[in-house]
Design a protein around this ligand. Structure first.
Ligand SMILES: Nc1ncnc2c1ncn2[C@@H]1O[C@H](COP(=O)(O)OP(=O)(O)OP(=O)(O)O)[C@@H](O)[C@H]1O
Ligand SMILES: O=P(O)(O)OC[C@H]1O[C@H](OP(=O)(O)OP(=O)(O)O)[C@H](O)[C@@H]1O
Ligand SMILES: [Mg+2]
Length: 308
């Protein structure tokens, strides 16, 4: 298939995908994920964990899934919300921060639990800026002018927003700004640039988004179900333990399981094995309570999928 498109760079790519989607069968869904960067690896991983088979081409912009009607578009993350809004991609995986910044009209289908970060305002360790009002009239460097402007407006503050596309943290050191507004995760980048967090603007994580017209598509529902079963499995552990029947009720009370725990008799009289599922978040608390309640030989295993 030959595409003839007269334009350059970002517009060229957008038109290339548009032409591709017109010529291609309309049944094949397209999902846009980040080509390289913080979200690429985890986006590929979640799709592969959904049982999708595809080549993770770094040099090619499109990859076809061989066992599901889906094509994967590899893009800069900033372009993903707009591509999904315009229907060039049906689905996308991108940070909530980018969706808000681009003001794209898309449906949020599922939070994905990775790419967790907070957009923060930060100032130099030696700064005299102490409260939000001190930002009035001050210069703030950021790659997120829309989000920052909305935040400042909601607080009734007027600052001079200086938009730069990266390495925002060096702004105050170079005298470019009095403060910055950028993504913080561990806080390591702020620290190594002599900055301290000052105010939280927005928290974010990667989400699956969809074009507003495609959300009811049966293949989207199928993919969403697979993604949810992968996420649910990830946040739970399969636990098998032994307990004497005398302590069984105490142990069962601690282990609700997906429905209720499975109890299997052991060869040794008066002993049973209990199989259950524990949420990762309460894991250590539960294990200690189970031991105290008489559980022995506790085995903990990862779960691949939970289909409810
Ligand atoms: N330190 C971090 N910890 C966790 N999540 C992060 C971190 N930095 C960024 N993110 C999340 O990952 C997304 C992508 O970050 P990345 O740094 O790869 O973006 P980028 O440099 O703009 O990439 P691209 O080349 O695709 O434009 C961010 O929009 C944010 O949602
Ligand atoms: O709080 P931390 O854990 O230090 O993370 C924060 C840093 O991570 C992101 O940059 P990234 O490292 O992705 O590089 P980039 O600026 O090139 O996107 C972000 O822009 C911060 O600079
Ligand atoms: Mg980007």
């Amino acid at each position: 298939m030959i595409y003839v498109v007269f334009c350059t760079s970002k517009l060229f790519l957008k038109n290339l995908f548009l032409v591709h989607s017109i010529f291609n069968t309309l049944k094949t869904l397209k999902i846009a994920i980040q080509k390289s960067g913080r979200l690429n690896e985890k986006s590929v991983e979640i799709l592969k964990n959904c049982g999708l088979t595809f080549e993770n081409y770094k040099s090619s912009l499109i990859s076809s899934v061989t066992n599901f009607p889906l094509e994967i578009l590899f893009l800069r993350d900033d372009d993903i919300p707009e591509y999904v809004q315009d229907g060039i991609a049906d689905l996308g995986i991108v940070g909530e921060n980018v969706i808000t910044e681009t003001k794209a009209k898309v449906t949020h289908l599922q939070k994905l639990g990775f790419g967790k970060c907070t957009l923060k305002i930060a100032v130099q360790n030696s700064s005299s800026i102490e409260k939000l009002e001190d930002l009035n009239g001050k210069a703030i460097a950021t790659s997120y002018p829309v989000i920052l402007e909305n935040f400042l407006q909601s607080k009734g503050i007027k600052s001079d927003i200086r938009t730069i596309s990266g390495s925002v943290e060096i702004g105050p050191g170079l005298g470019l700004s009095d403060a910055i507004c950028d993504i913080v995760s561990t806080g390591g980048t702020l620290k190594s640039n002599g900055l301290k967090p000052f105010a939280d603007v927005m928290s974010s994580e990667a989400v699956l988004i969809g074009n507003e017209a495609i959300a009811d598509h049966p293949e989207v529902a199928e993919l969403l179900q697979r993604i949810r079963s992968v996420l649910s499995a990830k946040s739970n552990k399969y636990v098998v333990l032994n307990v004497s029947k005398d302590n069984l009720q105490k142990v069962v009370n601690l282990l609700p399981g997906v429905k209720s725990p499975t109890v299997v008799p052991l060869f040794e009289p008066n002993w049973v094995a209990v199989h259950s599922v524990i949420a990762e978040a309460d894991f250590w608390d539960k294990i200690n309570s189970l031991k105290a309640a008489g559980a022995e030989g506790i085995l903990v295993m990862p779960i691949e999928k939970i289909i409810t």
